[in-house]
Design a protein around this ligand. Structure first.
Ligand code: NAP
Ligand code: ZN
Ligand code: ZN
Length: 356
């Protein structure tokens, strides 16, 4: 079945309408009519081939929400009409220790929602900038928010879980002082979630214009990181820092803010490396520098349920599908508060190109 999508044919080409197909609904498959899809900075990195290994045509999008339209005969947990989400993972080996632990994000056989090998045409997965998706039931998330919040739930499927997983793993909660660096799509969710978990939250931004807004998001304090004096006031005081910045920068400036045994976890994935941190930044206070990749399926459901219970959604700006190229340019300038979300119904009006 042919459906409409938006994608790029090369890293230096803009996104444009293309026709794609989805597989027939298999025994364990859930077919979803996509209502909204968030726009992650990883979409931009990959569709522009900034990371190695982009397969073209590339249809990005891994913050997917919508309604079940059909299920295979062996699916019992979902039925047509259910509100569901798909994040960054659509399959994994299902046999390794990581899969057994519900950490499919660390499975060597993880299949990403786009840009991963698959038997389905055209040989790699195609993401949520499209009208429908078909996914094995194991990787389908249940959405318990009200339908009126559906668009603002979409960014939880990547920005939410990518910040939730490290906040939980490093046991952020009451009595902990936590920094969130970079107040974009991920960072604004990091602030909301760390605040809801009961931590004392300090937001770090390069944008003077986000100072007040970060407080509204739930930060207890805001530091404009270009200001050395403001940074120095927080030296050796943090238990944990979550760094979401999408560009290379000086990590030592933030490591110096960790107290003894503190950890800074990198989730931002810039196209070129950070300058190497100074080893003395680490050994001086037995500090750790770590990384974290999205999150597993059970913890993604846990995060969605936590957000539904606490009334947490993303702050979004809705766009039509044909506004995506302009949205990327604005995202690069930090000109979005804080996540673009595509109204996938706008795809219906697009004439698909003959080139597919
Ligand atoms: P985003 O919305 O563009 O936010 C990135 C933020 O970084 C900006 O808002 C900005 O915050 C800060 N920043 C400072 N200097 C920058 C610069 N020169 N260029 C760009 N940003 C700069 O991006 P996002 O969607 O949150 O994603 C952030 C990064 O995480 C990306 O690299 C993305 O690929 C990666 N990511 C990783 C995972 C994972 O599993 N580890 C998952 C999803 C995304 P201020 O204005 O506050 O300074
Ligand atoms: Zn993402
Ligand atoms: Zn596995």
């Amino acid at each position: 079945m042919t459906i409409k999508a938006y994608g790029a044919h090369a890293g230096d080409k803009p996104l444009e309408p293309i026709d794609i197909t989805r597989r027939a609904t298999g025994a364990h498959d859930v077919r979803i009519d996509i209502a909204f899809c968030g726009v992650c900075h990883s979409d931009l990195h990959q569709v522009r081939a900034e990371w190695a290994g982009t397969r073209f045509p590339c249809v990005p999008g891994h913050e997917i929400v919508g309604r079940v339209s059909a299920v295979g005969p062996d699916v019992s947990a979902f039925k047509p009409g259910d509100l569901v989400g798909i994040g960054c993972i659509v399959d994994s080996c299902r046999g390794c220790d990581e899969c057994a632990d519900g950490l499919e994000n660390y499975c060597d056989g993880m299949v990403g929602t786009y840009n991963s090998p698959t038997p389905d045409a055209p040989g790699h997965t195609l993401g949520g900038y499209s009208q429908q998706i078909v996914v094995h039931e194991r990787y389908v998330l249940r959405i318990r928010h009200g339908e009126d919040q559906l668009a603002a739930v979409a960014p939880l499927l990547c920005a939410g879980i990518t910040t939730w997983s490290p906040l939980r793993h490093w046991q952020v909660g009451p009595g902990k002082k936590v920094g969130v660096v970079g107040i974009g799509g991920l960072g604004h969710m990091g602030i909301k979630l760390a605040h809801a978990l009961g931590a004392h939250v300090v937001a770090f931004t390069t944008s003077e214009s986000k100072r007040e807004a970060a407080l509204v998001l739930g930060a207890d304090e805001v530091v404009v990181s270009r200001n050395a004096g403001e940074m120095a006031a927080h030296r050796k005081s943090f238990d944990f820092i979550l760094n979401t910045v999408a560009a290379p920068h000086d990590l030592d400036a933030f490591l110096a803010l960790l107290k003894r045994d503190g950890t800074m976890t990198l989730v931002g994935a810039p196209a070129t490396p950070h300058p190497s941190p100074n080893v003395f930044s680490l050994i001086a206070k037995r500090r750790s520098l770590a990384g974290s990749l999205i999150g597993g399926i059970p913890e993604t459901q846990e995060m969605l349920d936590f957000c539904a219970e606490h009334g947490i959604v993303a702050d979004i700006e809705m766009i039509r599908m044909d506004e995506i190229n302009a949205a990327y340019e604005r995202m690069l300038k930090g000109d979005v508060k804080y996540r673009f979300v595509i109204d996938n119904a706008s795809l219906a009006g697009d004439a698909a190109s003959a080139g597919g």
